[in-house]
Design a binder for this molecule. Structure first.
Ligand SMILES: [Mg+2]
Length: 171
């Protein structure tokens, strides 16, 4: 591993907001999570119902102690940053409020706008990304990064997957 940053995804890694968003999307009748147009329609809906983000993000719970581990890494002066996709400005606002005021995490937070990939905002350059999206990790590695898929459902870490951020404390 080089001397760069470790980038950590937010939704589905730090908080369980990913599944909460899918739950809300589903409740509105958008059942096909493979159809990008459905996501666009749902995010459009949230522009008129910004309270959706309160349910999705403000009431979400940390996954496998992720928030506490990030705070420990900050205390250890590790170079860590959050790299997170956003779909609307209201989502961005709620996310930064929750990160700073509720979770008390103070590392850099880099937002990736709609239709842009994470590796376009941060040039991977051998740096590590931990993300629950296999597609994000695939793109990141293809563009020169080191990637690990976050999957809280596995029993043990593998070469490609980690179940928590705990291993970062021991590096
Ligand atoms: Mg995610």
């Amino acid at each position: 591993m080089n001397n760069g940053y470790t980038f950590v995804d937010f939704d589905g890694v730090i908080l369980d907001s990913e599944e909460r968003m899918l739950e809300r999307k589903n409740a509105l009748g958008f059942h096909n999570h493979k159809d990008e147009r459905e996501f666009n329609k749902y995010f459009e809906y949230t522009n008129f119902h910004p309270e959706e983000w309160n349910y999705i993000i403000r009431e979400a719970k940390p996954i496998n102690n992720s928030a506490e581990i990030i705070k420990k890494l900050e205390k250890m002066h590790k170079k860590i940053a959050i790299l997170t996709k956003i779909h609307t400005l209201q989502e961005m606002k709620v996310k930064i409020e929750v990160i700073r005021e509720k979770l008390n995490i103070y590392c850099p937070v880099i937002f990736v706008p709609p239709k842009i990939k994470k590796h376009q905002v941060i040039i991977p350059n051998h740096q590590l990304l931990i993300d629950d999206s296999e597609k994000n990790i695939e793109n990141w590695i293809e563009n020169g990064g080191v990637g690990l898929i976050f999957d809280s459902s596995i029993n043990n870490n593998t070469k490609e997957k980690v179940k928590s951020l705990e291993f970062l404390l021991k590096r």
